[in-house]
Design a binder for this molecule. Structure first.
Ligand SMILES: C[S@@+](CC[C@H](N)C(=O)[O-])C[C@H]1O[C@@H](n2cnc3c(N)ncnc32)[C@H](O)[C@@H]1O
Length: 339
């Protein structure tokens, strides 16, 4: 691969997923600009970012694109006397675009396919944390892609799915038989359903137990032909019953970034206890929970509640690939729970 192309690929993945601008490989670009003394590397970066077909169709926020182009222009001005028209033209287009409360993020998968999500531009909006993708969700998806055998041909239930990154990535890359997304917040459920459609999946019309049962009877060939059977259910940890959980018949249960509020921990542990007796075949589901340890007290409280409920746990090694743009310094853990 030529140097400008290699460099541009270094920007592509991070830019499309809205990675922090400071984490993009600016120093490599500066070095290349100084060495080559021409603009081919800048033009290649522009093609793989702001002019990328995914960005043209599903753009990151106006602010993000504006700041990115401003930085790119600065790098160019540091080495060149003449302005580069293509950069100013791109900036002009962005300055004419309207700011919105929503933007798109495109998370590239190893296959070259992408998970495209419509997300909120604010971390907390409409009283929920569920309208953006969190680092633990990205980390869990990355781990899942490396461990697809855990999901292949199985029925998966996700708790607190948010807007769907983890489940959509698994549905695209790990061939589950059925995947049930769940959350309790109406706007989150609505955005989640829209994102599932955006990624080319059809949702089962109603989230009833029959849907899960239908998923049970799907053969591997059907999964290959039609893709997994996807459903979205409203599921509140405070009120869900054993019967409702049993109807879903999960073989694998996932949750990402749901251990952040001490008040939620008891409700979550209650759901796990109910899940331990919900499988009519006798085998409790395998459970994987990923979370960022922001406050060690919250993590210890979760461990204490698990111990009280008689749920054994072990830390699962994460992936080292850094495929998705989570903060590599964040302290993220995946626990496998033995119900
Ligand atoms: C920090 S977000 C994580 C979203 C997603 N899993 C991710 O990693 O990007 C926490 C999610 O848990 C959901 N949640 C919080 N309390 C809940 C409850 N009692 N029942 C069901 N879902 C809940 C929120 O609506 C939100 O979508």
């Amino acid at each position: 691969m030529e140097e400008p192309e290699r460099l541009a690929r270094g920007f592509e993945r991070g830019f499309l997923a809205g990675r922090r601008l400071a984490d993009l490989p600016w120093e490599d670009l500066e070095l290349e600009l100084k060495n080559s003394r021409d603009s081919s590397s800048l033009l290649a970066v522009l093609q793989k970012t702001v002019l990328h077909p995914l960005c043209l169709k599903y753009p990151p926020s106006v602010k993000y694109r504006r700041c990115f182009l401003t930085e790119l222009i600065k790098k160019h001005e540091g080495v060149a006397d003449e302005p580069l028209d293509a950069l100013y033209e791109a900036l002009g287009n962005v300055l004419n675009a309207e700011e919105s409360t929503h933007c798109y993020k495109n998370y590239l998968l190893p296959s070259g396919d992408a998970v495209t999500l419509c997300e909120s531009t604010a971390i907390i909006s409409q009283g929920t944390t569920g309208l953006v993708t969190w680092d633990a969700g990205l980390y869990l998806a990355e781990w899942a892609l490396e461990n697809s055998a855990v999901f292949s041909g199985r029925s998966v239930l996700e708790l607190g799915s948010g807007i769907g990154l983890t489940g959509i990535a698994i549905s695209k890359a790990c061939r589950p038989r059925a995947y049930t997304f769940s959350d309790h917040h109406q706007l989150v459920l609505q955005q989640l359903s829209e994102n599932i459609h955006l990624n080319g999946f059809l949702l089962e019309p109603k989230a009833h137990s029959q849907d899960a049962a239908k998923g049970q009877s799907c053969t591997a060939e059907l999964v290959e032909l039609q893709g997994p059977n996807l459903t979205v259910v409203e599921l509140d940890w405070n009120s869900v019953t054993k019967e409702q959980l049993a109807d879903l018949r999960p073989e694998v249960v996932l949750a990402a970034d749901v251990v952040y509020d001490p008040q939620l921990i008891q409700a979550l542990t209650g759901v796990l206890q109910k899940l331990s007796i919900c499988n009519s075949d006798g085998d409790p589901p395998e459970v994987y929970i990923a979370f960022a340890i922001r406050n060690p007290d919250t993590y210890h409280l979760f461990q204490t509640e698990l111990d009280k409920a008689g749920i054994r746990w072990q830390v699962v090694p994460g992936s080292q690939k850094n495929l998705f743009p989570y903060d590599s310094h964040a302290n993220i853990t995946i626990l496998k729970l033995h119900l």
